[in-house]
Design a protein around this ligand. Sequence first.
Ligand code: MD3
Ligand code: FE
Length: 199
Amino acid sequence: MAEQAFLLKGFLQGNDAALITALKDITTQSVFRHMITPGGYEMSVAMTNCGARGWVTDRRGYRYDALDPLSNASWPAMPALFKQLAEAAARQTGFPHFTPDACLINRYAPGAKLSLHQDRDEQDFSQPIVSFSLGLPATFDFGGLDRKSPVTPWLLEHGDVVVWGGESRLFYHGIRPLKKGSHSLPGNCRINLPFRRAY
Ligand code: MD3
Ligand code: FE
């Protein structure tokens, strides 16, 4: 996709049902919620987390927290299968030392979108981000280091994995409003799991 950004088409095939089963368990403990941006807007994407750290946003800002603010308990553990697949994808694309401590879980219903942004709440930008896509397809806009850089659209489909390392780690990106469709596995939505090293 760019220097050190790799799209692994269908990488999750064969593990998709097990991933979704594990997600059901996680999301009964830490439920999906629409978080509030520091500017006071409710996000259209519903989110939760698993792993030692979870990404949260509220009026106070964006950060990683060890506790789910809804339950004041730790986020559910990251399932071994999630970690194994994320590390395997990183290894295959040249990041043998990647060990994620955070897995955000994004759920897009039809119409949900994620505006153009950078991921910069992590400590070490030399660590890549690995992201899994499940369910309905989405159009992903991939820009550059500048907010005004031109974007290239990519289709992300059920079973795809993307690894973002090197310079692409800080590229602007976003998801266009999800189109309606039907998908049996997670239901009629899209699930995205970005794995990160927060600390
Ligand atoms: C591209 N999620 O959670 S894939 C996010 O599909 C996020 O839900 C999108 O952007 C989604 O922050 C896009 C994840 C992703 C993560 C980091 C990136 C894409 C990236 C860093 C640089 C470029
Ligand atoms: Fe992002």
